[in-house]
Ligand binder design. Structure first.
Ligand code: ATP
Ligand code: MG
Length: 378
């Protein structure tokens, strides 16, 4: 997976232009608040995901403009492909290889990427929703069918919750709960099976990358924490889920919502056997998230047969020399976009393209980092 050309018009503060990234490392540098993250965010939208900064689509359009248009030419499945996206009135419209799609969700699985941004640091210490969304996001890209199953589960969950709220006033509705429980069990068990299977794929690469980042000093382990009371070991069966729902019916009716299921599950992260959520240091948080993202890229490549593009927003500044070296080595051979304020602060940046961003103007830069022989630049 490689971006060949990226075109942007009316995207946040970016001045209308096109960039032609190189196949390897693309270093995007400039002072604070110039548009570096905006550039990564705009390219990331082609994964079909939402802004990794949690922005609503309407906020992505340049102030005072009605719409924005983005274009991506990329190499995937051994051919050049194009994608176009327009955001207007808070809604997205997408075109893939010239064909207009009903929804931008059609992009999921076409252009694959992994993003690390400072926002993701909360993955370790923040609430379980962030960890679930890591799993869901990773699964949607590697198995686009997961996105549909996820929507079916959410929809059924909402309907069951509405019913749970109505039952105390209309006891006659109690009989219909069973139908929803069966549906929820079917969709929910599938989500849990997929998430657990994904974790079993990713846990070894995460361990390995974390060992590399921490220079062999620490061990990271991840476990899926299922909120349902399970009687049996092994993959979650529809029947197990149904039994758990049946057992918690009275509690759920009293609460007015479904107290357990994939929407309440979590992931536990342990460094040397100790909970990283409760005790992890700042450096450990950064290293854990980085390990998870790099492992996500590795697994995505195994599943889809293609290396995803890697976006690293502001990742280098707090990494010591050893960790920077490990990171740059690890992503070799992939297309990488890296943002930073000062390109001289990146050790060992020998090959790649440089882009300078100033007040939203992106220019392919002639800047040569200290000690970097000019003839090694692409
Ligand atoms: P840092 O190094 O601090 O991370 P950055 O170069 O990554 O900075 P960005 O977050 O990419 O900065 O850009 C921020 C700038 O974009 C801000 O000045 C902000 O006002 C501007 N901006 C954000 N959204 C819009 C929008 N919809 N229209 C116009 N400008 C916007
Ligand atoms: Mg930024």
């Amino acid at each position: 997976m490689k971006i060949l050309r990226f075109t942007f018009q009316n995207y946040r503060n970016l001045e209308e232009d096109s960039i032609f990234p190189c196949e390897g490392t693309n270093l995007i540098y400039g002072k604070n608040a110039q548009g570096k993250t905006n550039l990564l965010e705009a390219m990331w939208l082609f994964t079909g995901g939402h802004s990794f900064r949690g922005a609503k689509d309407g906020e992505l359009v340049r102030f005072g403009e009605a719409s924005c248009t983005l274009g991506l030419e990329f190499f995937s499945e051994e051919r050049e492909q194009t994608a176009k996206m327009t955001i207007r009135g808070g809604k997205r419209e997408a075109e893939i290889n010239g064909i207009l799609k009903r929804s931008a969700a059609a992009l999921v699985g076409k252009f694959c990427a992994v993003i690390f941004s400072p926002e993701h640091l909360a993955l370790v210490k923040g609430g379980p929703a962030l960890r679930r969304s890591f799993l869901d996001g990773a699964l949607c890209q590697s198995r686009p069918a997961y996105a549909k199953q996820f929507v079916l589960y959410q929809r059924t969950l909402q309907q069951r919750n509405t019913l749970l709220k109505d039952i105390p006033r209309h006891r006659e509705l109690l009989g219909t709960l069973e139908i929803w429980d069966e549906k929820l069990a079917k969709y929910g068990a599938e989500l849990i099976r997929q998430r657990e299977e994904y974790l079993s794929f990713i846990s070894e690469p995460v361990k390995e990358v974390y060992r590399g980042i921490s220079q062999g000093k620490e061990e990271l382990e991840i476990f899926y924490q299922c909120s349902l009371r399970r009687k049996r070991e092994g993959p979650m069966q529809d029947g197990d889920f149904y039994e758990a729902l049946e057992a918690s019916r009275n509690t759920d009716i009293a609460l007015g919502y479904t107290a357990s299921g994939p929407h309440r599950d979590d992931m536990e992260l342990k460094v040397d056997g100790i909970s990283a959520r409760s005790f992890g240091s700042q450096g450990q948080q950064r290293s854990i998230v980085l390990a998870m993202k790099l492992a996500e890229a590795q697994v995505l490549q195994q599943i889809t047969g293609e290396a995803p593009v890697i976006f690293l927003d502001d990742v280098m500044s707090e990494l010591d020399a050893g960790r920077q070296d490990y990171l740059l080595n690890h992503v070799k051979g992939r297309q990488v976009f890296l943002t930073c304020c000062d390109p001289n602060s990146i050790r060992d940046f020998q090959q790649g393209a440089l882009f300078h961003v100033e007040s939203g103007k992106v220019s392919a830069s002639q800047h040569v980092a200290e000690g970097m022989p000019q003839n090694q630049m692409l």
